[in-house]
Every structure is written in structure tokens, then in C-alpha cells.
Design a protein around this ligand. Structure first.
Ligand code: ADP
Length: 257
């Protein structure tokens, strides 16, 4: 376009340039607004427990209390601090996954080994959570099981999916499947849980989105973090779900040949 502008008849070229610039500006504006929304939501999420902390401490300090009362206040304060520290940790992971791969340690990561760590990790959240791994039909050639990426982030991405699968299912079970065909690695995470209503399925990757009637959830950041991590690894993520029957997530990652 620049070459054509510098030479021949330019009216069409200028129009083309103007519309390209407009489209670019729209995208910039959109991403700026998304950032603003993110910061507003994050501040709100932190502000709520902070307010509760402050008022509990204020009341506790107003007059002398029994050791028993102080202990009750401390227990409640501790819960708020835990909540804030979990959120801060998630926000830090978000920041890490939101940039380029530049600052990250990138290496060849063997995906089946990452997935093998899932059952123990998920059971830490709740000993009743069970992750079943399906590694059938894996290629003999181990090289097909590697991707280039950041191992900790990849683990976080899949952990979020498996944790959700258990969290949003009455049987607390998640099935994790791994397939590789030499070009792509496919990871499927499915459950027989409550499912996601069709009206909101497009929104579940948005930061801070939670399906309203479910209270089991966290901050609504898990899936959008997972999506960012998968994009950072040049992969894709898709979801299919049916209310009352269950949900399947499918992650595709390019193989590291
Ligand atoms: P949260 O921390 O609330 O789980 P996520 O970003 O991980 O946040 O998920 C966003 C919302 O999508 C959840 O609040 C939940 O309503 C819904 N969701 C995610 N995974 C599942 C699943 N496997 N089954 C049913 N609902 C799900």
C-alpha cells in the first residue's frame, strides 16, 4: 500500500489507508476498554475483602475483648487475607500470561508428564476430586508429545480446566484425554456436571465472568487465564456443553518438531 501511495493515482489507496487505520484504532480502543474493565473489576474484587477486613479490625480495636472474641475476629480476618492473596496470585499469573513469550522461560515441554501431575494437584483442592487420565493410542514416537512453551503456565491452564470440571460436577470427576498426531497435540477435559447455559457460553472466557446461579466458583478468572495461556502457545481452545449433562473443553497445541 505504501508503495502504491508513493506512485500512481492515490484516491483509492488513501481511502484504503484511512479504513485500515480506523480499524486499527477501533481495535486499540477496544483493547484499552478491556484493560480498563479488567482493572476496575480486579480493584473491586480486592476492595470488598479489604473493606470487610478494615471494619472488623476497627470494631475489634474499639474496646477490650475476651481472648475468645479476638480469636473469632482473627479467624475471619485470616479468611479475607487468604482470599486476597489467592486473587493477587491469580492476577500475577494473568500478568505473566498477558505479555509476549519474551520474558518467559520457554523449553520443550512433554505434555503427558505435565498431565500426570494433575490428579494429585486437583486432590489438594478437595480430596474428593478425581481426575482420570486417558492416554490411550499415544504415538510410539515420544517426540510427538512435546510442545514449545512454559511448563508452569501450561500446567496452570490445564489445571484450571480440570479443577472446574470437578468443581461443577456432583460426582467431582474430571476426565482428561491426550492425543497426538505428529502435528497437533489435543487435550480434552470433560465432566458430567451441571453444564453451561447456551446463552452465556460465549462469555465464559471473559475475565471475571461467572454463571450467576453458581456459587461454588472463584473469581471468574480461571478460564480467561487458560485461554490467554493457550493463545500464547499458538494453540486454540473450544468448549461444548449441555446443561445437566456436562461440559467438554478441547485444547489444541502445535507439536514441537
Ligand atoms: P471460576 O473461578 O468462577 O470457576 P472460571 O473463569 O474458571 O471462573 O469459569 C467461569 C465460569 O464458567 C464459572 O464461574 C462457571 O460458572 C462456568 N464454568 C467453567 N467451567 C465449567 C464446567 N466445567 N462446568 C460448568 N460450568 C463451568
Amino acid at each position: 500500500l505504501a508503495r502504491r501511495l508513493a506512485t500512481g493515482d492515490t484516491r483509492d489507496e488513501w481511502n484504503e489507508l484511512a479504513s485500515t487505520l480506523n480499524a486499527l484504532l477501533d481495535r486499540l480502543q477496544e483493547s484499552f476498554e478491556m484493560q480498563q474493565r479488567f482493572v476496575a473489576n480486579a480493584s473491586h474484587e480486592l476492595f470488598t475483602p479489604l473493606t470487610s477486613l478494615s471494619s472488623q479490625l476497627d470494631v475489634a480495636l474499639q474496646r477490650e475483648r475476651s481472648a475468645h472474641d479476638y480469636r473469632a475476629v482473627l479467624a475471619s480476618v485470616y479468611q479475607d487475607v487468604q482470599h486476597m492473596s489467592k486473587l493477587t496470585q491469580t492476577l500475577l499469573e494473568f500478568a505473566k500470561a498477558s505479555g509476549t513469550r519474551g520474558g518467559l522461560e520457554i523449553q520443550r515441554v512433554r505434555i503427558d508428564e505435565v498431565l500426570l501431575r494433575l490428579p494429585a494437584e486437583i486432590a489438594k483442592a478437595d480430596p474428593g476430586y478425581v481426575v482420570t487420565l486417558d492416554f490411550e493410542d499415544l504415538p510410539e514416537d515420544e517426540a510427538q508429545l512435546f510442545v514449545y512453551g512454559n511448563e508452569a503456565l501450561l500446567f496452570t491452564a490445564i489445571r484450571n480446566l480440570a479443577l472446574n470440571a470437578c468443581k461443577y460436577s456432583s460426582d467431582k470427576q474430571a476426565q482428561v484425554l491426550l492425543r497426538a498426531d505428529g502435528r497437533q497435540i489435543r487435550i480434552g477435559v470433560s465432566d458430567n456436571g451441571i453444564g453451561i447455559p447456551r446463552e452465556v457460553i460465549d462469555k465464559i472466557f471473559q475475565p471475571f465472568f461467572r454463571v450467576e446461579e453458581n456459587l461454588a466458583g472463584g473469581f471468574g478468572l480461571g478460564l480467561s487465564l487458560t485461554q490467554r495461556i493457550i493463545k500464547l502457545h499458538k494453540g486454540s481452545i473450544e468448549v461444548a456443553s449441555e446443561v445437566g449433562r456436562g461440559t467438554q473443553f478441547q485444547v489444541m497445541l502445535p507439536c514441537a518438531w
